[in-house]
Design a protein around this ligand. Structure first.
Ligand code: GAR
Length: 200
């Protein structure tokens, strides 16, 4: 049985697109059953709709973080989601939400975690003169971008790189890495145990 996956987005949705593409293969162990955006009109919503996937927008309208997350949680439970993928979802989730989905909530981040958590990743990588960057798929824990890594891939950083050029190079590998990481989680090849990623 394919695992039922929901994807949370905030924008363009190119990683969502990569997941939709991968999930179209008959032997892929996951199917995307719901896409939720916290931003109305996010481009990724149109991509999901094109693929016939139900979508929802749950935007912050002045309620507490916990109240918004409870709405997201209810939508995920109503769709019988078993795994939740954050794909360019740029809102911090409450500790209660994260704990409720522990081991089932994964994210892609455009750095070689644990290096360069947070925002402005590519600017900071270039400023620091790094020779390598990359992307990481990881389990989400309450501390931002601190969860154990499921899969990681490196790219070179060139002296002439701008943040935009580096972001595009990293994004290319994200589109392979996220489907590969989700496949591992959905197939039960990796799980979160006592705060660690356990393989096999
Ligand atoms: C991706 O590069 C993703 O790694 C990053 O946002 C971009 C979303 O692009 N996520 C984060 O920085 C999370 N902290 P997309 O909407 O085209 O998938």
């Amino acid at each position: 049985m394919k695992k039922r996956v929901a994807v949370l987005i905030s924008g363009r949705g190119s990683n969502l697109s990569a997941l939709i593409g991968a999930a179209a293969a008959p032997d892929y162990p996951a199917q995307i059953v719901l896409v939720i955006s916290n931003i109305a009109g996010a481009a990724g919503l149109a991509r999901a709709a094109e693929a016939g996937i139900p979508t929802a927008t749950i935007a912050h309208k002045g309620e507490t973080r916990e109240a918004v997350d409870a709405e997201v949680d209810a939508a995920l439970r109503a769709a019988n989601a078993q795994i939740v993928c954050l794909a360019g979802f740029m809102r911090i989730l409450s500790d209660g939400f994260v704990r409720g989905w522990e081991g089932k909530l994964i994210n892609i981040h455009p750095s070689l975690l644990p290096a360069y958590r947070g925002t402005r990743v590519h600017e900071r990588v270039i400023e620091a003169g790094e020779a390598l960057s990359g992307a990481s798929v990881h389990f989400v824990v309450p501390e931002l971008d601190a969860g154990p890594v499921i899969a990681q891939e490196k790219v070179p950083v060139h002296p002439s790189d701008t943040p935009e050029i580096l972001a595009a190079r990293v994004l290319t590998i994200e589109h392979k890495l996220y489907p590969a990481g989700l496949r591992m989680v959905a197939a039960g090849e990796v799980r979160l145990e006592k705060g660690l990623a356990v393989f096999g």
